[in-house]
Design a protein around this ligand. Structure first.
Ligand SMILES: CCCCCCCCCCCCCCCCCCCCCCCCCCCCCC(=O)SCCNC(=O)CCNC(=O)[C@H](O)C(C)(C)COP(=O)(O)OP(=O)(O)OC[C@H]1O[C@@H](n2cnc3c(N)ncnc32)[C@H](O)[C@@H]1OP(=O)(O)O
Ligand code: NDP
Length: 497
């Protein structure tokens, strides 16, 4: 019997960010392995005209939860959606709901965050720092609380090369930053943002680092742990391989490459691609929740959930495998044949951006205009180039994350728990994982049917023929011009003829 699964039985668990990518996988695993848990409280905001209940039920009724329904048929009764906006005071939770949360919660998993790299500092501080502070305050009023698990990111200290499992201090105290956000206007915040984030690339990594300091400083006597995943990718094994439901991290770029929009990407092929599957992160998170509650470590432990030091894969290998998978499992209605490549310097990046990204988009938009349709490719391409510029920092560097605590925890688990809550990334076969990832992107993100593969292959063949035809025409025009201007070319031509 799994000790971890048994531990969550009968527990009341509070999850923030449950409607997000990681939150959904966390809930799924909890319900599947501990169907006798008492309740999961989820803090949700109404969105896109849906009520809370509709949002949550839509998740429970999705494919991700198919296995849960078999082991926990009354899953709908075990989830309690609480209306909350983490940007508001007291999260805008009603008094009754707050009372219920405070008096019953045993475990808190804090996953909610803004993960946008370009978020305004005020908003990123509000969600990634102030909300964390408020949640800790709430947690300190929960008499039955056994553990508080905070999800951070392995890149919170990406300004360092070697990163240990410790919370690093920030030059400006989080409290001062929180205070200043209340009275500074947006223009001044914009001006000081580069100075505050310093050698970090964006407000996301900066505010996640501040959030960790807040957890450490204001955790009081709570049993707290911090988990730092690297780049979270599709699921590896559970509940099935390749599940993914948003465009963050590599997923959006896999689509762009598979549809033929992405032709070149500035990346260092030998740099470590520190991806970590979502189910691995969730297994570690649940194991940490159990360990923190049962063993009550004296200090706040930080756990790195990374792959680079245990089972490294680089961007070159990953890119090649992504392209190889497109051969077998192409995406439908591609714009061009998938044929992306890496560039390594500014000049070639600008060149290929102009020739392979902007020019085809302009030509295609011209064609759309001619045929009376609305141009859209230039806009899409600009968005892609913006995304590329945002991720460049992360795909041209390697980091070393120590994993002492994570390895210590692995050895503290029973063989059964090591199996049920497997977070040993050494067992991961990258080529298989990447193939399943691309397949998952096709099935769950693009919602494409596998039955459409023959037609997608036909379409790629047509694109290849158009490509050959286009190149031949281009060659003939160039040759004709050359013959008109050069005696040597004319002689060669007569000789051939
Ligand atoms: C040895 C030799 C070898 C040679 C080998 C050669 C082979 C070459 C092969 C080439 C390979 C091809 C395959 C490519 C795959 C591999 C490469 C992968 C690189 C992956 C890099 C990932 C790095 C991530 C690093 C993360 C570090 C931190 C991790 C974390 O902790 S947080 C999680 C990460 N967070 C994010 O990813 C968020 C990023 N997103 C943003 O910040 C923003 O969305 C934005 C990108 C700035 C865009 O903002 P906008 O305001 O412009 O857009 P908005 O968000 O409002 O969305 C508008 C519409 O755009 C859609 N969209 C959003 N995000 C993306 C996206 N990433 N890609 C595409 N489209 C996106 C969105 O859905 C909206 O659409 P609409 O609703 O229809 O309007
Ligand atoms: N994805 C990744 O690659 C990595 C993620 N992480 C960390 O993992 C955690 C989860 O990330 P991930 O699941 O990918 O992120 P998502 O963007 O998928 O999910 C974010 C969640 O936060 C919720 N949220 C955002 N703003 C509010 C708000 N004002 N009030 C209530 N809820 C809000 C969202 O709710 P809603 O659905 O309403 O928008 C959503 O449930 C984050 O802490 C992130 O920093 C760390 C490393 C890598």
């Amino acid at each position: 019997m799994s000790m971890i699964a048994a531990f969550y039985g009968g527990k009341s668990i509070l999850i923030t960010g449950a409607t997000g990518f990681l939150g959904k996988v966390l809930m799924e695993k909890l319900f599947r392995t501990s169907p006798d848990l008492k309740v999961i409280y989820v803090l949700v905001r109404p969105k896109q005209g849906q009520t809370l209940q509709q949002r949550v039920f839509q998740i429970l009724d999705s494919k991700l939860f198919e296995k849960v329904k078999e082991v926990c048929p009354n899953v709908h009764e075990k989830i309690r959606a609480i209306s909350a906006d983490l940007n508001q005071n007291d999260f805008a939770i009603s008094k009754e709901d707050m009372q219920e949360l405070l008096s019953h919660t045993n475990i808190v998993f804090h996953c909610a965050a803004t993960v946008r790299f370009d978020d305004h500092l005020r908003h990123a501080v509000q969600l990634n720092v102030t909300a964390t502070q408020q949640l800790l305050l709430m947690a300190s009023q929960m008499p039955k609380l056994e553990a508080f698990i905070h999800i951070s990111t392995a890149f919170s200290n990406c300004n360092l090369k070697h990163i240990d499992e410790v919370v690093y201090p920030c030059p400006v105290e989080p409290k001062k930053i929180i205070d200043s956000m209340e009275w500074l206007d947006d223009a001044i915040i914009d001006e000081i943002t580069p100075k505050l984030i310093g050698d970090r690339p964006n407000t996301y990594t900066y505010t996640k680092a501040l959030g960790e300091v807040v957890v450490q400083q204001e955790g009081g006597n709570l049993n707290i742990a911090i988990i730092r995943p690297s780049i979270v990718g599709a699921t590896w094994q559970e509940p099935f391989p390749g599940w993914v439901d948003n465009l963050n991290g590599p997923s959006g770029l896999i689509i762009a490459a598979g549809k033929g929009f992405l032709r070149s990407i500035r990346a260092t092929p030998m740099a470590v691609a520190d991806l970590i599957p979502a189910d691995t992160v969730v297994n570690l998170t649940l194991a940490v929740g159990w360990y923190t509650a049962v063993h009550r470590p004296k200090s706040t432990l930080v756990y790195h959930c990374t792959s680079g030091n245990l089972n490294p894969c680089n961007w070159g290998k990953m890119g090649l495998q992504v392209l190889a998978t497109f051969e077998k499992i192409p995406f439908e209605r591609a714009f061009r044949r998938p044929n992306a490549d890496f560039t390594t310097n500014n000049i070639t990046t600008h060149y290929w951006n102009a020739v392979s990204h902007r020019a085809p988009a302009i030509i295609y938009d011209f064609y759309l205009r001619l045929t009376g349709r609305k141009p859209r490719m230039t806009k899409l391409m600009n968005r892609l180039l913006r995304t590329l510029s945002m991720v460049e920092y992360f795909i041209n560097r390697s980091w070393e994350w120590s994993t002492y605590n994570t390895e210590m925890l692995m050895s503290a688990l029973s063989p059964e728990d090591q199996r049920v809550f497997n977070f040993d990334v050494r067992q991961l076969n990258w080529l298989e994982y990447i193939e399943n990832y691309v397949l998952g992107v096709k099935k769950y993100l693009l919602k494409e049917d596998m039955a459409g593969i023959p037609e997608a292959k036909q379409h790629l063949k047509r694109l290849r023929n158009i490509h050959y035809l286009f190149n031949t025409a281009l060659f003939l025009i160039a040759w004709r011009l050359l013959i008109a201007r050069s005696q040597v070319a004319r002689n060669v031509w007569f000789f051939i003829m």
